[in-house]
Design a protein around this ligand. Sequence first.
Ligand code: ADP
Ligand code: ADP
Ligand code: MG
Length: 472
Amino acid sequence: MFKRILIANRGECAIRVIRACSELGIESVAVYSKPDSHALHVKKADQAILIGPDPVKSYLNIHRIVDIALKTKCDAIHPGYGFLSENPEFAEAVVNAGITYIGPSAKAIAGMGSKTAARTAMLAAGVPCIPGTEASLKDADEALSTAREMGYPVMLKAAAGGGGRGIRRCDSDQEVIRNYEMTQREALAAFGNGELFMEKCIIEPRHIEFQILADSHGNCVHLFERDCSIQRRNQKLIEIAPSNYISQELRDKMGKVAIQAAKAVDYVNAGTVEFLVDKNHDFYFMEMNTRLQVEHTITEAITGVDIVTQQIRIAAGEKLKFTQDDITLKGHAIEFRINAEDPQNGFFPTPGRITRYFSPGGPGVRVDGCVYSGYEIPPHYDSMCAKLTIWGPTWRHTVTRSQRALNEYDIRGVKTTLAFYRNIVKSDVFMGGQFDTGFMEKYPEFLEYKPYEAREDIAAAVAVAIAAHAGL
Ligand code: ADP
Ligand code: ADP
Ligand code: MG
């Protein structure tokens, strides 16, 4: 087993890996940018080394990060998610330095990293894909003729896309022409690659993804699915496991296809195969994420498998200690991404100082966060400041427990998505499990709530607590 692991990430993601290291008796080395000097991952790791002054470029500085790992005598590097986690050059640089990369091979990352290359590999492996172009589009003219042939609506997508960016639905010739350049520009700016391809737009689909684990001895299992249909601008907000939309039969079938997809690229370590499921319950491969995912916590909750620990064990060359039949589903889990964003202002990020932070607790409640009272959320990064993962034995209990935990959660100083989630979990459509990727647009009423400054119930509860504490 490794002695010391460097974590090439920040925020709750870095803390998640630090916790796994600590439980395995492995020392952790954090890296950070100057603006992150007061970040929690810096305090929680056994050692923390400054990469440089730049807020974002620091975490993307392959040379410097590998150099720090060598200097601190780390024998492995965990990339986390985002940043360098899906960069084959990073995986290669780590391995070339004689350090173990906790993730798949550079070849598997590259093979799945381009959505067009992945589609080609998956079609060859007999995995059902969303109907679309295999190669990227030459220009707007080709996009137009392809769209007409395919029939509207279509999706224009960046081959290198991620994080919900570089995806546009087009319903007409005019929209294809208008969106082509815009999407290309956005893809170039975000991913340094303007390649676009086209897919048929699946109407009101469910986003259902399978977590897989593959060791270096040829064993591959899946840990069931997550329903990530509740999204905004193609980016997940709330994730649920298992999905209420698929039968046991379909679950088994999709799980087998997910393993088939992973095996087709000789995949080793943890990964996620994303599918869209349409109204007829037909499913299509969308992409594979070759890393740990934000929402892995709900899978941990329903299977009892610690995915990060498994990633480390697999990278160390261990065999999986369980087979597919050993993995069972227990209860239900929901993850809420608590973002420093103002839902009532177009989810605009709200960096700034947290003046008060009380996190919920009690049975079935897990918080993976990186903020605290007095912490100043820097403006440079992803706005997610905590993940609330709720487990319950039944769906109903999981939802009522979510209501309870979200009510306990109190974050002041910056606006967050908490109040918005409180509205969602008390709605009948959520309890009824009736949602697809169009959920947010369909129910604008979830945005109707009083900002916390105006919430008399919370103010009253706080006053009672203060009075009780003072012995009044
Ligand atoms: P997940 O399914 O894990 O939510 P996402 O695609 O939403 O996957 O991305 C996970 C995290 O990585 C998010 O915090 C997102 O902002 C970040 N991310 C994704 N793609 C990129 C990218 N190309 N560059 C920088 N950050 C990214
Ligand atoms: P990313 O790499 O940004 O995660 P994905 O290809 O996984 O991009 O797509 C993200 C989301 O965009 C999906 O979960 C879905 O809501 C929507 N989407 C993508 N492709 C299609 C499609 N062909 N039809 C309908 N929705 C789609
Ligand atoms: Mg995706």
